[in-house]
Design a protein around this ligand. Structure first.
Ligand code: SF4
Length: 178
């Protein structure tokens, strides 16, 4: 289909306008803009599994203040959360519950494995044990691992920053918080 002279003129005008504003306005893809918004408004699900959850609670309190990075809005419903922080030992009984909560969270969603227990079973992993699941990644995909027993609040904070950085960059696959 051939372009009418009016349409050609309009396209040329638009292109000229874009050329003029390009040095002033950074025109990015919609996905990149959405990723910036997502990374700066991470809403964790309110739930804990064991002792690591105490450190997670400390991160939300005034000393560390997760609101500084937009991640202090812990939601009581999985349907309103986009980050699951797995904080503590995962008993076999809790496995299906965690999977249900994960499935209820709307996409896009992310998971942080906090502490040795959620990474690979931690101190409760030994031959023949039958009580715990040896790693959160046996149930759901993990985006960031935060090592320690327990990790200090600063370490979880670093993990959340790592997740934000990963989302902004559009990276896939698991990463470790330094
Ligand atoms: S990693 Fe350590 S502090 Fe965290 S839940 Fe396991 S035993 Fe408790």
């Amino acid at each position: 289909m051939t372009q009418t002279p009016e349409a050609a003129t309009a396209a040329q005008t638009t292109e000229e306008l874009l050329q003029q504003v390009r040095p002033l306005v950074h025109l990015d893809s919609l996905e990149n803009l959405l990723n910036q918004a997502r990374a700066n408004s991470l809403w964790p699900l309110t739930f804990g599994l064991a002792c690591c959850a105490i450190e997670m609670m400390a991160v939300g309190a005034s000393r560390f203040d997760l609101d500084r990075i937009g991640a202090g809005v812990f939601r009581p419903s999985a349907r309103q959360a986009d980050v699951m922080i797995l904080a503590g030992t995962i008993s076999r009984k809790m496995g299906p519950v965690i999977k249900t909560l994960w499935d209820q969270m709307p996409a896009p969603k992310w998971a942080i494995a906090m502490g040795g227990c959620t990474i690979d079973g931690g101190p409760f992993k030994y031959p023949g044990q039958y009580a715990i699941i040896e790693g959160a990644d046996k149930i759901i995909p993990v985006d960031v691992y935060v090592p320690g027993c327990p990790p200090r609040p600063e370490a979880l904070f670093a993990g959340i920053l790592k997740l934000a950085e990963k989302i902004k960059a559009g990276r896939k696959g698991p990463e470790i918080a330094a």
